[in-house]
Every structure is written in C-alpha cells, then in structure tokens.
Design a protein around this ligand. Structure first.
Ligand code: PMT
Length: 318
C-alpha cells in the first residue's frame, strides 16, 4: 500500500464549499497582524474524519477531544500571539471548553416576574466565570483570534495549505502548532459509494489508502522559515521518543511534542534536534486543574524567541 503524492491528493479532492470564504478570512487576518508586526500561531485541534459514503452516515475518526489545541490557544493569546484556531467542528474550543455539559446553565439563576424575566450569574460562580469571560472578550475585541473549522481529512488539508500560504509572508514570526489528530488513511473519492452502505449486501470490504504526510511540503515549501511544532501520539511507550526523533530527522522541522494516549493530560516529552525535555504535572497540580498546556506553550514561546533571534542574526549576516 503506497501513498500518492501530496499534489495528487489535492488533485483528487476538491476544496470544500466554504473554502473561498475561509481563505479570505485567513488572508485578512494574516495581513492585518503582519502589518502590526505581530506573531501568529496556527493551532490545529481535534480529529479528522474519513467518510465511508458521500452522503455520510459512517466515517472513520481520529481520536482527539480538542483539549490540547483549545487550551493551548488560550495560553498563546496570553503570550501576545494572534491565533488561527483551526479545529474540528464540535470539538472543544478556547474559553467555552471550561463550561462543557451542564456547567454554564448550573451557574445561572432565573427569576420569572410576569413579563420581566431576569437571568443572573449565581454569586459563587462569578469568580469562576469572570476571568474567563474577560479574557474571551479581550481576545475578540482585539481581533486576536480567528476560528476556522474542518471535519474531513481533505477539508483539513485544504485549510492547512491555505493558512500556510497566508502565513508564509510572516516568515519566522509564524508558529505552526499541529496538535490535530490527522488520519494516515483514507478511501479515495472514486471508491466511496454515494449512498449508505447496505448490510444486505454482506460485510463491506473497505480498502484504506495511505494519506501522504503533509509535513513534508509544509516544512520544505509552504512555510520554510516558520517555527513548526508537530505532535506525536503513541500507545506504546517504547515507540514515543524514537518516532519523535525519526520525524524530526525526516521532516527537519523544529520540535515534536510526544504524548501517550493514556497520560497525555499530565505528561509530554518535547523533542528538539539537540534536546529532550519531559514535562510532568504533579498529582497536586492535576488535582488543582493546572493545564499542562501552560508549560508546553511557555517552552515553545521561549524556543520561538530564540528562533527569531537566530533569524534576525541570519538576516543581519546575509
Ligand atoms: O485533543 P486531545 O484529546 O487533548 O488530544 C491531543 C492529542 C493527543 C490528539 C495531541 O496531543 C496529539 O498528539 N496530536 C497529534 C496526533 C497525530 O496525528 O499524530 P500522528 O502520529 O498521526 O501524526 C504526527 C504528525 O504528522 C502530526 O503533527 C500531523 O499533523 C502530521 N501528519 C499526520 C498525518 C498526515 N497525513 N500528514 C501529516 O503531516
């Protein structure tokens, strides 16, 4: 089973219907922040799907709730970055991630007095809601965050390439933080049936093909001077660091953040060409609700600053 080239993938898969609208949004966002000399990070978040039918009832999914990407976005904003938050539709989003399920409704009181109904935040919830609401309002008022969403793996790649084309002008001021869980397998368009697969026809035989690794053109062609961080998800501890190192050697980007499925919220390993650094939250930190993303982002902000100094020195020498 061989994977076709990335050019072939784009030739086979048409852009999604809302692609031009998203491309305009990305272009406007990048041009505005480039004009002000801001740094921009592209955060990808959530899992991609591979539809098994054109009128999709069934699909293959990649696991990711969107916790990593949505939490990291909040910390990048705190560090003064503008953020393109490219996420799987209906996965966790920055700020609202704190109020999943019934949490927000449980924070509210309602008084019905005739035609006048008032809704208020319960006094003991104000301290929880206020700081998050303030950060949310500030990010949006400053135009510091852009949301774009995908569902399928081909929608993901169309958006990813468009975002890179817009980020290319920022050169080393752009960071790519590729936390989305991206499918390595897909069913080519021609092999996908139009309608729901019927069980009367017996068990379906579905052949998955390899998706080309987009990190290759991304690093070499689309954003060659950006600070690119990829993520590596494994379930076998023995593979984690060797595979992270192999990815760095193969794609020649800046960092791989390795994580195990079961421990990803309290342990990561950050691998660069020269070093390996582990971040582990203590039991107390986990209990206190500390986000491991605050430490991951802090390290990346530091590494990016160094990358910018290097790029500045390179430019001065050149
Ligand atoms: O959202 P959470 O529930 O918090 O979970 C977070 C996470 C575990 C999903 C996240 O931390 C993570 O590890 N994301 C990357 C998962 C993944 O896709 O790993 P991978 O080994 O399949 O791919 C490695 C890298 O190659 C990825 O950065 C991906 O962008 C890239 N890739 C993958 C497939 C492909 N066809 N082309 C690519 O370039």
């Amino acid at each position: 089973m061989t994977s076709g080239s990335w050019e072939e993938f784009f030739a086979i898969h048409l852009p999604p219907p809302d692609f031009e609208d998203n491309r305009s949004l990305l272009k406007e966002f990048c041009e505005r922040h480039e004009h002000y000399g801001n740094k921009i990070v592209l955060v990808t978040s959530g899992g991609t799907t591979v539809p098994l039918e054109h009128n999709t009832v069934r699909f293959v999914d990649n696991f990711s709730a969107g916790t990593r990407g949505s939490a990291s976005t909040e910390y990048f904003l705190e560090h003064g970055y503008a953020v393109i938050f490219m996420h799987r539709q209906k996965s966790l989003e920055p700020f609202t991630r704190h109020f999943t399920g019934q949490k927000l409704l449980d924070m509210l009181d309602i008084q019905e007095r005739g035609p006048n109904t008032t809704i208020t935040v319960k006094p003991d919830s104000v301290d929880v809601l206020a700081p998050i609401l303030l950060r949310y309002k500030a990010a949006h008022a400053a135009g510091a965050i852009l949301h774009v969403s995908f569902t399928t793996v081909s929608e993901y790649f169309w958006l990813l390439r468009a975002a890179c084309e817009c980020l290319a002008n920022l050169g080393p001021r752009a960071v790519l933080y590729l936390a989305a869980a991206v499918s390595d397998f897909y069913v080519p368009k021609d092999c996908v049936p139009t309608h729901k697969i019927q069980s009367e026809s017996g068990p379906p035989i579905i052949q998955l093909h390899l998706v080309p690794k987009m990190l290759a053109p991304l690093v070499n062609l689309w954003v060659p001077t950006a600070y690119v961080v990829s993520f590596k998800l494994e379930t076998d501890e023995n593979l984690l660091v060797p595979k992270a190192r192999a990815a760095l050697e193969k794609y020649k980007h800046k960092m791989v953040v390795g994580n195990m499925l079961q421990t990803r919220h309290h342990r990561v390993i950050m691998v660069t060409p020269d070093a390996t650094q582990e971040i582990i939250l203590t039991r107390e930190e986990v209990h206190a609700g500390v986000d491991i993303e605050s430490s991951i982002v802090l390290e990346i902000v530091r590494a990016h600053a160094e990358h910018l100094r290097g790029a500045g020195a390179g430019a001065a020498a050149g």
